[in-house]
Design a protein around this ligand. Structure first.
Ligand code: FAD
Length: 292
């Protein structure tokens, strides 16, 4: 399958990229790693007149952990995240998400920005990022906007982004002491598989052996966008962690999911697996929280 014809632009600064996107308007699409976009263009799902590559903008490739802040440029690849020892220390669930995405070949090209902007309900990075409370920064010629990642998604393939905007950075706080998070993905195969269900859980204890101060549970592939399991989170807050509590949270999360039936799995199976993955991610998150 050949790509349709297009004009190619390769700005070397963010300002230049914003100006090009404003000038070209809806006829232009941004290109990051191309693992999603070029496949869609080959299938003729998308036939843009102009492609604007972000690949020469060094500012978007920076990954910084300084003090209590983590800043990940939109062009940082999934492979860099999977292999980063520094991120492995502070945001291990994000590294688990990255390690679960595609194959080494895909991970070397795919970017965190592309994974977020594609807004696929089954994508691997949004659940752990949301569980850690990530924010995204959008830039355009006129202004900069910041959103909590959970307010960024509107539905499959749909986000709050406006024409001419570029996702520049993902920003997170280093999680506090006595907190931990974990991510698990269920697919039909062990590699190169889109999630049937995925879950990321984060818990913060009020001391090494204390009660749950706060929790965030995010479920992927069981709704039009990654979903917070709010009633499960409320069940956990203020309680002493136990298997019984985690099972109740798993059931509550399953009740809050809204999976579909399709050829890859029934809604009932997916709901059951939300419960199983919630319990398992909570157990791993707890083990990590107690180590810190
Ligand atoms: C074989 C294969 C396996 C895959 N497996 C998985 C998987 O297991 N899990 C998973 O989650 N995904 C998977 N994917 C999907 C894809 O690899 C990821 O979503 C990837 O992270 C997309 O990033 P990219 O840099 O390649 O984006 P691109 O393809 O370059 O862009 C995707 C979309 O995002 C827009 N975009 C990109 N960056 C920006 C930005 N900074 N600002 C604004 N808009 C932007 C583009 O305009 C385009 O619309 C797979 C893809 C393939 C081909």
């Amino acid at each position: 399958m050949l790509l349709p014809e297009f004009d190619y632009h390769e700005p070397s600064t963010l300002e230049e990229a914003c100006a090009v996107m404003t000038a070209l308007g809806k006829c232009a699409i941004l290109l990051a790693g191309g693992t999603d976009l070029l496949v869609r263009m080959k299938k003729k799902d998308l036939v843009p007149d102009h492609l604007v590559s972000l690949g020469s903008i060094d500012q978007l490739k920076e990954l910084k952990v300084s003090g209590r802040k983590v800043q990940i440029g939109a062009l940082v690849t999934v492979g860099q995240i999977a292999e980063s020892e520094r991120l492995g220390d502070v945001l291990p669930a994000l590294c688990q998400g990255a390690l679960n995405l595609g194959s080494p070949l895909v991970r070397n090209l795919a970017t965190i920005g592309g994974n977020i902007v594609s807004a696929r309900p089954a994508a691997d990075l949004p659940p752990p990022l949301m569980a850690y409370g990530a924010r995204v920064i959008l830039a355009s010629e006129k202004r900069e906007r910041t959103f909590a990642l959970e307010d960024f998604f509107k539905g499959p393939g749909e986000t709050v982004m406006e024409s001419g905007e570029i996702l520049t950075q993902i920003s997170l706080d280093v999680p506090p002491p006595h907190s931990g998070a974990a991510y698990l993905k269920l697919g039909k195969r062990k590699a190169l598989e889109i999630s049937l269900v995925n879950v990321a859980s984060f818990i913060h204890l009020n001391g090494p052996d204390g009660v749950v101060d706060s929790a965030r549970i995010v479920m992927g592939a069981v709704g039009p966008k990654p979903l917070r399991a709010f009633s499960a989170e409320r069940l956990l807050a203020g309680e002493k962690p136990s298997d019984h509590l985690f099972e109740a949270a798993g059931k509550a999360a399953a009740d809050e999911s809204s999976p579909i039936d399709d050829f890859r799995g029934s809604a009932e199976y997916r709901r059951t697996m939300v419960s199983v993955l919630t319990v398992r991610t909570l157990r791993s998150a707890l083990a990590r929280a107690r180590k810190k």
